[in-house]
Design a binder for this molecule. Sequence first.
Ligand SMILES: [Zn+2]
Length: 411
Amino acid sequence: MTTPQINGPRLLESLQALGQIGALPGGGVNRLALSDADRQGRDWTVARMRELGMQVTVDAIGNIVGLFPGTEDLPPVMMGSHIDTVRTGGLYDGNYGVLSGLEVIATLREAGIQPRRPLAVAVFTNEEGARFQPDMMGSLVYVGGLPLQDALSTCDADGVSVQTELQRIGYQGTAAVGAPVVDSYVELHIEQGPVLEQLGLQIGVVEGVQGISWTEFTVEGQSNHAGTTPMALRHDAALVAAQVAVFVRELSQRLGGRQLATVGAVRLSPNLVNVIAQQAVFTVDLRNTNSAALAQAERELHAYAQQAAQAEGVRISHRTLARFEPVAFDPEVVNLVEQQTQALGCSYQRMPSGAGHDAQMLARICPSAMIFVPSVGGLSHNVREHTTPADLQRGAQVLLQVVLALANRPV
Ligand SMILES: [Zn+2]
């Protein structure tokens, strides 16, 4: 059997067509979860699934699953991603995974190939979390990580609930949440970072998703006159924020590996040129693919912050804003992605994902993995997000070969 080949122009056309829905003047897309544009995007995608002869179901959190039958009645091999975007999103984040899944189905159909296991393409609700938090909501509910009622009662900034909006756009379905039970899951996605482009590589074989730890610190010092207060008598909240920012940069260098550390937000008050800051509120974002190393980074951060506060004679407190353990994808599926990438003669490297994805949720219930293609300039969540047509086609071809191998493997 010769391997069927993805129709690149057809894949590009579909990306452009979906990109018209919620299109922003001058480029890019605004298709916030459960908005009118999201409804139109869903309608368009469901119509495309039906054209391909897929059986479409929608569950109570609005996840859409299209099913393409196999020769045997077995759990499906699932592809998919999301079609919601941030307010100033691009054409590829999420959409590329969904539409490549549909392109795989179209290609197999044309070639008259029916794999042993069914194939599914999923569109998960509210992956971005730009309107309703948490992000990855649909896939988290799907795998049982968030109670359906909690997700449905989540409100946006205007106080409108997920449930209200799902009903309004006609996408609160009747399928059981978590159905169908999935054999395995493979998500194709743009990298959303600069690594593949900088190394001149075509494919990223994604081994997992790095863990995330977000902490907000509040430092309470004493505001006073910048001209009359001797240095030794100050209780300067800004100083501690600055010291922690320097410390985490050094910490990441010392721990090495894949430790990342960022102080991304600092708010001083009264925030005046000639007044010692009474208060500093700042955030620390720590990420690592290694669970133990991430925990060590957190411990060192807290110990240092305490010590710095004590030395300056200020009070410090903190709260956790987010905490996700690193996720390791299934070694066998990762190996399969690597083999099929090699078989196609593509250049590649194994790498972690810097961003969160639905695949990290699916990994809780079935063997899962991801495939990355390069992002031009490393840009994403940006209207100028771009991936070259050749890279888009290559990634979809890897996806096809991986899911075909998974679907046809012996029972
Ligand atoms: Zn995405």
